[in-house]
Design a protein around this ligand. Structure first.
Ligand SMILES: NC(=O)c1ccc[n+]([C@@H]2O[C@H](COP(=O)([O-])OP(=O)(O)OC[C@H]3O[C@@H](n4cnc5c(N)ncnc54)[C@H](OP(=O)(O)O)[C@@H]3O)[C@@H](O)[C@H]2O)c1
Length: 279
């Protein structure tokens, strides 16, 4: 047993894993001691290597049994397809109370439990903006990780990607995936469509792109500024009979944006359920 102050092993120091680790090391309050962190990645990226060197973090190509025996927190950030293969060999050496926090998209708690039976495990779904600290993560814990202490430890590891939310029913992770996981792509598509429409109405391509990007980014920032929720902000910028009203009427009428988004989320959740039942 390692208690709660053993090593934090980051299995897969790729885009998301390295971004989380950068947050652990940067935090002014609650900074994680670099001596507790070890990056496990057979082909460490330049960025991850630079981060490790700047902070004195140890790097290894694989989690050997001796090293695994010292781990108190295992953060699983490899591609979903290899999670089982990478975790199974650790079962003999990973301490029984080591907390497993997996961010592998779509990998269910039962897969983690099959590879590492009995360990407290948290399945987390961060999203792409999390790589720059602007995301949101949703978590579900298995029975062994259902205590306040394990949840607090998982939250501390995930916080660098953005706020952490919890669900009690793992089936909701399919909807979460369809909303916050796939959601950034919906917003990017909206941004592309806005730029294309601007160009079609006569704006030069670069200006069209700039206006679309700044409009989406600025509106996102306003949404999190505490000045009102989405519908309040929308009403604030819509005077009756004005230009915004004309645009919104086109977006909301008939089989408009709300219905399309409803269908998109339902389709993505359905696909997530299908993928989950295959694993
Ligand atoms: N990026 C996101 O926004 C995001 C959002 C939500 C969830 N996730 C989840 O986060 C996980 C990582 O995604 P990512 O975008 O960060 O992928 P990534 O950049 O490909 O990172 C995965 C890293 O794991 C390394 N790796 C491969 N085999 C390994 C092994 N046996 N042991 C240790 N490390 C190994 C990879 O090396 P090679 O490249 O050489 O194979 C790579 O550096 C995925 O499961 C994904 O579903 C990511």
């Amino acid at each position: 047993m390692t208690g709660h102050t053993g090593l934090i092993a980051l299995l897969g120091a790729g885009r998301m894993g390295a971004a989380l680790a950068a947050g652990w090391l940067k935090a002014s309050r609650n900074r994680v001691d670099p001596a507790r962190i070890v990056f496990i990645d057979p082909r460490l990226s330049e960025a991850a290597r630079a981060l490790a060197e700047a902070n004195g973090v140890r790097c290894e190509a694989a989690l050997t049994p001796a090293l695994a025996g010292e781990v108190s927190d295992l953060v699983v950030a490899v591609k979903p397809a290899i999670v089982s293969k990478v975790l199974a060999p650790l079962n003999d050496s990973l301490p029984a109370d080591a907390l497993v926090v997996s961010i592998a998209a779509g990998v269910p708690l039962r897969t983690l439990g099959r590879a590492l039976p009995g360990r407290p495990a948290v399945r987390a779904m961060p999203n792409t903006p999390g790589a720059i600290g602007k995301g949101v993560s949703v978590c579900v814990a298995n029975e062994a990780a259902d205590g306040a202490d394990q949840r607090a430890r998982a939250e501390r590891l995930l916080k660098p990607a953005g706020p952490v939310e919890w669900v009690e029913d793992e089936r909701l992770m399919d909807v979460v995936t369809a909303v916050s996981g796939s959601g950034p792509a919906y917003v990017f598509l909206f941004c592309e469509a806005l730029a294309a429409a601007a160009e079609a109405e006569g704006l030069p391509r670069e200006l069209a792109k700039t206006l679309a990007v700044r409009t989406v980014a600025g509106s996102g920032a306003l949404l999190t500024s505490g000045q009102g929720d989405a519908s309040e902000l929308r009403r604030m910028v819509t005077s009756p009979g004005g230009t915004t009203q004309a645009g919104l009427d086109a977006l909301m009428g008939g089989s408009g944006l709300p219905g399309l988004v409803r269908n998109a989320v339902a389709a993505a959740a359905r696909r997530s359920r299908q993928l989950g039942s295959d694993s």
